[in-house]
Design a protein around this ligand. Structure first.
Ligand code: PLP
Length: 381
């Protein structure tokens, strides 16, 4: 049999063919008006997705580079920050801040448990002098979406700023950053932006930029001030990833022509279909607040979770993600992110059913696919 690869991971994600082929075009020089036009259209498209009037800076790095730039550009040594850590990526905020000599108060959450704005208000009260709270829109390690809107309300009434990792969440789940008062938003190219890894995005509110202007932390490549100065000249401080920016413009054109509302609805439908499939199999979700970006599922007790993921990835070439850290072998994650269509969910569920059958799990064959089909058909237009 001819075997095909199916990328069902929460980054990198599948890419539209027209966007893929754009990378094969001859390279153009970045200090030309031709490139500047493309670059500025890309920035406009990013502002549309961020739902902001502020600049969006484009860095050549993976998403973590924009997280580091957010920290290195904004603070002074010893500044107090609160980080919300409900998984691998929330934890990363603390790691970066400690690396830069900040005083970190890390709020450790159970994976997939909610954290309310009231809890955040109490935490702020207990930690006077806090300069910033760092949160995650979509915690990719647990499939959880947090109440960024609520956190924004609380922080808007204080002197502290809200910094959000929207690396897997932006362009897949609502987060209008100006309206929700997100002061620094960070994202990356290889999740919902439908291009390969290699670009990271970063925006600042005026409240956050006041801190940037006073920041004394050392930074060179990731100094946001350089990106602002160069954006005014329609360019980047250093050689940009030219082909990736051209690809990003193309996929942003697709996103704009679809419209953000429809894109969020698309993710809602794929997520509903996936969740219906899991329910039909009697499998439990890890998160109490599952997002529409990916679905994290607990591996049933009698099944070897490492083997499940290996079988999906190796035998069926349906490249889902496993669990990380405390959930290694205890969870698997199916993404519905990037360039995925409704039928891609059916492929994922068929591969999962065949895998569960290989591993001797007791279930009604076809039940996950049937449940997902019903949701897709109901919502098909
Ligand atoms: C993928 C991801 C990251 C890390 O991004 P890299 O591009 O691997 O640096 C950080 N946060 C979240 C929420 C992610 O999904």
């Amino acid at each position: 049999m001819i075997k095909k690869n199916y990328l069902l991971s929460p980054g990198p994600t599948p890419i539209p063919e027209t966007v893929l082929s754009a990378a094969a075009e001859p390279i153009i020089h970045h200090r030309t008006s031709e490139f500047s036009d493309i670059f500025m259209e890309t920035v406009e498209g990013l502002k549309y997705v961020f739902q902001t009037d502020q600049d969006v800076f484009v860095l050549t790095s993976s998403g973590t580079g924009a997280m580091e730039a957010a920290v290195a550009s904004t603070f002074c040594q010893g500044d107090k920050v609160i980080t919300l850590s409900g998984g691998k990526f929330g934890e990363r905020w603390g790691q970066i801040c400690r690396c830069y000599g900040l005083e970190v108060h890390e709020v450790t959450l159970e994976w997939g448990e909610p954290y309310t704005k009231e809890q955040l208000a109490d935490e702020l009260k207990a930690n006077p002098g806090t300069k910033a709270v760092m949160a995650t829109l979509s915690e990719t390690s647990s499939g959880t979406v947090y109440d960024i809107q609520g956190y924004g309300e609380i922080l808007a009434q204080s002197d502290a700023i809200l910094i959000v990792d929207g690396i897997s969440g932006l362009a897949a789940t609502p987060c209008p950053i100006d309206e929700w008062k997100v002061d620094i938003m960070v994202s990356g190219s290889q999740k919902s932006f439908m291009i390969p890894p290699g670009l990271a995005y970063l925006s600042f509110s005026t409240k956050a930029w006041d801190l940037v202007e006073k920041s004394t932390l050392p930074s060179f490549y990731f100094d946001a001030r350089k990106y602002k100065k160069n954006l005014e000249k329609r360019t980047t401080p250093y050689t940009p990833a030219i082909s990736l920016i051209i690809q990003q413009k193309k996929s942003l054109d697709i996103i704009k022509s679809m419209g953000l509302e429809k894109l969020f609805e698309h993710h809602r439908i794929l997520a509903d279909a996936t969740r219906a499939g899991m329910k039909a199999l009697g499998l439990e979700l890890l998160s109490k607040m599952p997002g529409n970006i990916l679905t994290a599922v607990k591996v049933p007790g009698m099944i070897d979770g490492i083997k499940l993921v290996k079988t999906m990835q190796g035998k069926y070439m349906a490249y889902i993600a496993g669990g990380q850290d405390p959930y290694k072998g205890k969870m698997f994650r199916i993404a519905h992110l990037g360039y995925m269509g409704g039928f891609d969910i059916i492929i994922a569920l068929t591969a999962l059913e065949m895998t569960l059958s290989d591993l001797g799990f007791d279930f009604k064959r076809g039940s996950a696919v049937e449940a997902a089909e019903a949701i897709l058909q109901e919502n098909w237009e």
